[in-house]
Design a protein around this ligand. Structure first.
Ligand code: ASP
Length: 581
């Protein structure tokens, strides 16, 4: 070892010891007769002191050290006269007797400190320097701890970690695949897994009973704010279980993580039907840190000659408590908010329940006081409340009001990052109508089993069929999802037929799985958690980028290694790929 201890370990109890530390120069102060250097490593910071009176050469050498030089420093632990009680090593310093420059360093392009002056792009380009900063490294340490806790929990429950291949064939999870050309099979391509879905199901056929893997998955999607082309899942599968068992085991996992990592006793996770989530929150991933549930008003408002309401499929609103005093400007802001193109609302109607008890709406022309009293009743308003109402086509207006509800939650400070509210959303629809391709798609994936009692509706009302599928939501973010699988060849073929696959196509793409179902497939089901997202929620961060050591930027680029990049002609020739341009 080049060192006797680390830069975070020495305290007053080590006085008089001779030690050697290795690390980076955080900063230096030259006071003429004395030079102070802060040396930093992963574990902390220790102050080194060089005295002109003791050793002139050594002191001069110290003065020549630049920021981020890598040094080894030997000396004796002494008590500091000027103590810094904010850091564990703040009561001591090292009186230097020896100094070795292990490597000089260029001046870093930004400050390697908790608060840095480096912009996003610069920090990404020099990510290895950014990772030297405490807040960034701490996120990685948190991630490590979470991964270990996941392994401990699942191992104790008899799950076996199995690695599944990375070079595979398409998995139909609904996104585009990344593909890799095969040199040995010209014209043919591997796909990178969007998830190990089919492999984990095959492991159940193999009798592994309980599988997990903390695994990289790849999806070639248009990047939205919080997406990465490669991301990590905690992927799990179990045999001989029912939905209830999965919910219990994995609720246990999440509660254990909260307890072990954050010291938080997460209460039992409530459960909500998908249909209720949509009705009460307009979202399949409601943020349940606050109430403000939707109230539907069709029965209360129709028939008063107000065309906007009369012509709407759904009139629905929320009660923003304590907002009756919103100014004209604030109301305009809300209207502008819902009119943003990405939200697409047309108008916002409101009713104030004023402090003096009077009711005042933006559509007084159509609704008299008696009518407004009915509104107030429906929303259970109190003086000081503001009711916000939207109208339109059911699915659209729910989505829009969901956005407004979240905005109001933020404005009212109801979405605190240190408050955690988890929720199971159950009984998702099996199929989802896709406007673009004009046919049904599997909402989760094609291996999800329909609820047995709904199977008959596959022909008559496919959109109504519910699936044995579940999501876990924390603070309005979907952090995990899974389903009970189909394990019967006939039902799987029927499913493919309903998804528009011909028998030949289904056999060609998924023959291996359907064949396996004929060799004794146990009933099974599973779930996968988005590990990056879970870490970012635990870290109180908005972006998953901050919990990934080497993330890609918003255009899917790694600006540090400059990837993706072109390959040279020789490689192209080997792969039998002609220039695409
Ligand atoms: N493979 C699924 C996904 O990635 C999860 C599952 O069904 O277990 O969403």
């Amino acid at each position: 070892m080049l060192r006797t201890t680390t830069c975070g370990a020495l305290t007053i109890s080590n006085l008089g010891e001779t030690v050697t530390l290795c690390g980076w120069v955080q900063k230096s102060r030259d006071l003429g007769g004395m030079t102070f250097i802060d040396i930093r490593d992963r574990y902390g910071i220790t102050q080194l002191v060089f005295n002109m009176d003791d050793d002139q050469d050594l002191c001069k050498a110290a003065r020549n050290l630049g920021r981020e030089f890598v040094i080894s420093a030997t000396g004796m632990v002494v008590e500091r006269s000027n103590k810094n009680l904010k850091i564990p090593t703040g009561e001591i310093e090292i009186k230097m007797t020896g100094l070795n420059v292990l490597n000089a360093a260029k001046l870093p392009p930004f400050l390697i400190e908790d608060e840095t002056d480096g912009g996003d792009d610069l920090r990404m380009k020099y990510r290895y320097l950014d990772l030297r900063r405490n807040p960034v490294r701490n996120n990685m340490v948190l991630r490590h701890k979470m991964a270990q806790a996941v392994r401990r929990y699942l191992d104790a429950k008899d799950f076996i970690e199995v690695e599944t291949p990375v070079l595979i064939k398409s998995t139909p999870e609904g996104a585009r695949d990344f593909v890799v050309p095969s040199r040995m099979n010209p014209g043919e391509f591997y796909a990178l897994p969007q998830s190990p879905q089919t492999f984990k199901q095959l492991l159940m056929v193999s009798g592994f009973d309980r599988y997990f893997q903390i695994v990289k998955c790849f999806r070639d999607e248009d990047l939205r704010a919080d997406r990465q082309p490669e991301f990590t899942q905690i992927d799990c599968e179990m045999s001989f279980i029912e939905q209830e068992d999965i919910l219990n085991v994995f609720e246990g996992l999440i509660r254990t993580l909260f307890k072990e990592i954050k010291g938080i006793d997460l209460p039992e996770v409530p459960r909500m039907q998908y249909s209720d989530a949509m009705r009460l929150y307009g979202s399949d991933k409601p943020d349940t840190r606050f109430g403000m549930q939707f109230t539907e008003l069709n029965d209360v408002v129709k028939g008063k000659d107000f065309a906007v309401f009369d012509n709407a499929e759904l009139v629905v609103g929320i009660n923003a408590k304590g907002c009756a005093g919103y100014t004209r400007k604030q109301m305009d802001e809300l209207t502008d908010f819902i009119r943003r193109p990405q939200i697409g609302g047309t108008g916002l109607i409101y009713m104030r329940h004023n402090e003096d008890g009077s009711l005042k709406s933006s559509v007084d022309k159509f609704y008299d006081e008696a009518s407004l009293k009915l509104w107030a009743q429906a929303f259970n308003t109190e003086p000081g409340d503001l009711v916000l109402i939207m109208a339109g086509q059911k699915d659209k207006v729910r989505k829009q009001l969901n956005e407004l509800r979240l905005e109001m939650g933020t404005r009212l400070g109801l979405r605190d990052k240190n408050t955690f509210s988890a929720l199971w959303v159950l009984d998702f629809p099996l199929l989802e109508w896709d406007e673009e391709s004009n046919r049904y798609h599997a909402m989760h994936h094609p291996f999800t089993s329909p609820k047995p009692e709904d199977i008959d509706m596959l022909d008559t009302a496919p959109g109504e069929v519910r699936a044995n599928a579940y999501d876990m939501v924390i603070n309005g973010t979907e952090i995990g999802g899974g389903s009970i699988r189909i394990h019967d060849r006939e039902l799987q073929s029927l499913m493919f037929r309903h998804l528009g696959f011909s028998a030949e196509e289904a056999q060609k793409q998924f023959g291996f799985l359907m064949d396996a179902f004929e060799f004794g497939a146990p009933p099974h089901g599973g779930i996968a958690f988005g590990f990056d997202r879970l870490c970012s929620i635990f870290a109180g961060l908005d972006s998953i980028r901050d919990v990934i050591a080497f993330p890609k930027n918003n255009s899917g680029r790694d600006v540090m290694i400059d990837s993706p990049a072109t390959i040279d002609q020789k490689q192209m020739n080997e792969l039998k790929i002609r220039s695409v341009l």
